[in-house]
Design a binder for this molecule. Structure first.
Ligand code: MCN
Ligand code: SMO
Length: 782
């Protein structure tokens, strides 16, 4: 029995975000806001070349004692992230370079000073003598014979190479009426959270504990990795993530810089801090995307896809990052390329490639933006090949509602929903027919108009079996929560996830309200502190609402059962007759406040029912029963104007129709979708870190790395569908990454639609003016 929500603050209510009170007043507390007496700031000396042998690190005499190299930390272990995947090669990543550097920007030494400015001056005076080696830069070229090697002992540049085959591809090829072959590229990017990486490590002599304030999506997991590398007991390491200005996947990594700050604080027993600036961030935080997919699609005369033959290249960069490794990206791509479609046969040959570039890691969507780009562009090209409208061909290939639940060709279980309906409604929102009419009229300024779609499923809140199949060294199949009611009836929820923009302080309080009828204002959510919450996996993979929300619901129910016994005893009522509402327990003859129950549980042991222990404290874990998770889906539609002379693409109109089952807070869901779309538009049109032939990154400032601003993001039209899943509490699904997945696909299809008459198409992101003009010029030469 669920408590009533007469006050409209529970599941499904668009209550305002609790956390915004402090943020809007500038009273949030981020790592860089924390000051400690005697604090030292760190600046790193970084490799200036992409690949080389470290001959010497020369420190001027005047700075001796203020510069540290790997030799000062002989006991520090290297970072090793080898997933349990057959054939994945072993490698070590020393937090400070020892004999070799493998990407430009890799830390080779650290300088400390009373301020960052002083530390930077010292770092500038250090000379790293590195003998440059040929760099491995291009992803595909790295796999060819004769390419220079980034690790001689490997014999090639492949972390791992894998083949997968589902269904009978040869039969599909024989039956095909059309064959479409394309190469798609999604270039290298970086997540750019407002707050970069930030860490402050403080030795506490009294507790014998290193307290590390750090922006982390997963403090419990990071503690496991950090304690191992440092070689200390986990009980001596406390990670606290205070407010955090975004993570987007980039803050769930055991970073060398962070390890070194912790190691130095242990060594000096003084507070040590490092805050990365945007240049260091773009240079050395994990990068993301960088896929190349070579695709051949076999289809019948109506455009139904019979088979897909795909080669996936993922550029993993120089090191395998802990805990995910670059295979996370490859595995996701392989499983998701077939998209929300009925594909008869699928063969995939994947290469996870090592290059002399910053390690690749997760970024909102993880591989699915590239997978979606590939399948959605392919659907459109198949449609053109058979002379049909892409909208129709998309509809006909889609998994129908009647097939739900549906096991995809790669074994993903699509739990429920009406995918085609989301396409239909997205088309309606952008006025598809009107756009077609407008195209026929032609624009007065010579620009070309196009409309395109991107449909996808978003695997969320996946469980143990899925992570085992990916071979990750940590298996985040579950989440945990403690619900603790205090003596005055107020409530603390202690959770292992970390809300860093997702509004979870609000939505978890809504769940407590739903279960207990407690005013959300009387609920505190404590997250991001390893010494406070039970072990939890953290916030990523669009899992927190389902996983942590599920754990909180269960913990609150555990609490409710005990409160019911205490109240029934005090009121001499039948426990089953009691109702929880408005912060009170109501019985047939009168009611009792949560404060009275809290007092009995903590301070008036004599009033407890016989056999009931003191305290109101309930800890539990939660995991949905479906291994491959619950699948949110959506269709995005974009209308663009392309100027064929300048190559400029403007997004004129943009719509998304999504279904994440039951929404806990629809206002927050809308905000998540819009934020994700803004990032997806960045991937589609602006953001890129190119490298020159020596492996030097060419965009390490925000003047070169173009982020979309408000003028580039149109007013986004949102539509929702509501298909509660049977597999989770309340029927909710995750959705935090979805917004970022299909914008590149939808916009590329719209650009193709605009350029159709010219015969030009774009199969690479970002679709910059230079690339658009090149595509138009290439078409004109044919
Ligand atoms: N929500 C809801 N009802 C649902 C589902 C979600 O009300 N049925 C709300 C919840 O408040 C939830 C949020 O929407 O916290 C996102 O939901 P969920 O899908 O559970 O995702 P997570 O909370 O696990 O957040 C992680 C996800 C990921 S993986 C990335 S990357 C990303 C994203 O969230 N990074 C973000 N959104 C971000 N938003 C901000 N502001 N900052 C980031 O770093
Ligand atoms: S990229 Mo999100 O942290 O899974």
């Amino acid at each position: 029995m669920t408590a009533e929500t007469s006050t409209g603050k529970g599941v499904g209510a668009s209550v305002r975000r609790k956390e915004d009170r402090r943020h809007l007043r500038g009273r949030g507390q981020f790592v860089s806001d924390i000051r400690m007496p005697g604090m030292l700031d760190v600046a790193f000396v970084r490799a200036s070349v992409a690949h080389g042998i470290v001959r010497d690190i020369v420190v001027p005499d005047e700075y001796r004692g203020q510069v540290y190299t790997a030799r000062d930390f002989p006991d520090l272990k290297p970072i090793v992230a080898v997933p349990k995947i057959d054939g994945f090669k072993y490698s070590e990543h020393p937090a400070l370079a020892t004999d070799r550097v493998r990407f430009a920007g890799e830390p080779v030494a650290m300088a400390v000073g009373a301020t960052r400015a002083i530390a930077e001056d010292i770092a500038d005076a250090v000379y790293a003598d590195i003998e440059e080696l040929p760099a491995v830069v291009d992803t595909v070229a790295a796999t060819l014979p004769g390419a220079p090697l980034i690790r001689d002992e490997w014999g090639d540049n492949l972390y791992v190479e894998r083949r997968a085959e589902f269904g009978d591809l040869d039969a599909a090829r024989r039956a095909a009426a059309v064959t479409v072959t394309r190469e798609y590229r999604m270039n290298r990017q970086s997540a750019v959270p407002l707050e970069g990486r930030a860490i402050l490590a403080v030795w506490d002599e009294r507790l014998e504990e290193l307290c590390v304030y750090t922006g982390s999506q997963s403090p419990h997991q990071t503690r496991v990795g950090m304690a191992h590398v440092l070689g200390i007991d986990e009980r001596k390491l406390r990670l606290i993530t205070p407010d955090m200005g975004g993570g987007f996947g980039a803050k769930r990594v055991l970073y060398p810089e962070e390890l070194m700050v912790a190691a130095l604080a242990l060594k000096l027993k003084r507070p040590v801090r490092w805050l990365d600036d945007k240049r260091e961030h773009l240079l050395s935080a994990i990068h993301c995307r960088e896929h190349c997919h070579k695709v051949t699609a076999y289809a019948d005369a109506r455009g139904r896809i019979l088979g897909l033959d795909v080669q996936v290249y993922v550029d993993g960069g120089a090191y395998s990052h802990w805990p995910n490794s670059p295979f996370m990206e490859t595995g996701m791509a392989v499983k998701n390329i077939p998209g929300p479609y009925l594909i008869g046969a699928y063969r995939c040959h994947s290469y996870t490639v090592a290059t002399n570039k910053s390690p690749i890691g997760a970024y909102r969507g993880v591989a699915r933006p590239a997978a979606c780009f590939t399948i959605e562009r392919t659907i459109d090209e198949v449609a053109h090949a058979v002379g049909r409208e892409p909208y129709q061909v998309r509809m006909e290939n889609m998994v129908p509602e009647s097939a739900m639940p549906h096991r995809s060709i790669t074994g993903l279980v699509f739990d429920c929903g009406n995918y085609a309906e989301s396409v239909r409604r997205a088309a309606e929102l952008v006025g598809f027919d009107e756009v077609r009419r407008r195209q026929r009229r032609a624009e007065p300024d010579g620009r070309l108009i196009g409309v395109g779609f991107g449909a996808f499923t978003e695997q969320t809140a996946h469980g143990c079996g899925e992570w085992v199949s990916r071979g990750t060294p940590v298996i985040p199949g579950y989440e945990s929560a403690t619900a603790r009611m205090l003596a005055d009836g107020s409530l603390i929820l202690m959770v292992g996830i970390v809300s860093h923009g997702q509004g979870l302080e609000t939505t978890l309080s809504q769940i407590a309200h739903q279960e207990l009828g407690i005013d959300p204002a009387r609920v505190a959510v404590r997250h991001g502190d390893t010494q406070v919450s039970p072990f939890g996996m953290g916030t990523f993979a669009s899992r927190s609402m389902v996983m942590s929300g599920g754990a909180v619901a269960r913990a609150c129910r555990g609490l409710r059962d005990k409160m019911r016994l205490i109240a029934a005893h005090a009121m001499r009522a039948d426990p089953a007759s009691l109702e929880f509402r408005d912060g009170r327990v109501h019985g047939p003859s009168g009611s009792m406040g949560f404060d009275e129950i809290g007092r009995i549980a903590h301070l008036r042991q004599e009033a407890l029912p016989p056999g009931v222990e003191p305290l109101l404290d309930f800890t539990t874990t939660y995991e949905p029963a479906v291994d491959t998770g619950v699948f949110t889906y959506a269709t995005h539609a974009a209308v663009v104007a392309v100027d064929p002379d300048t190559g400029k693409v403007d997004v004129l109109d943009y719509a998304c129709v999504e279904d994440c089952g039951t929404m806990i807070n629809p206002m927050i869901v809308d905000g998540q979708v819009i934020g994700g779309i803004a990032q997806g538009i960045g991937t589609a049109l602006y953001e890129e870190i190119p490298f020159d032939e020596n492996g030097q990154p060419l965009a390490t400032t925000l003047a070169d790395y173009l982020l979309p601003g408000a003028p580039e993001i149109p007013a986004i039209k949102l539509g929702h569908m509501h298909t509660p899943t049977p597999h989770t509490e309340y029927g909710m699904k995750g959705m935090g990454e979805g917004g970022a997945i299909p914008p590149p696909a939808a916009i590329a299809n719209a650009v193709r639609d605009a350029l159709l008459k010219l015969g030009a198409e774009l199969n690479e992101t970002p679709m910059t003016p230079r690339r658009v003009r090149a595509a138009v010029a290439a078409a004109q030469q044919r």
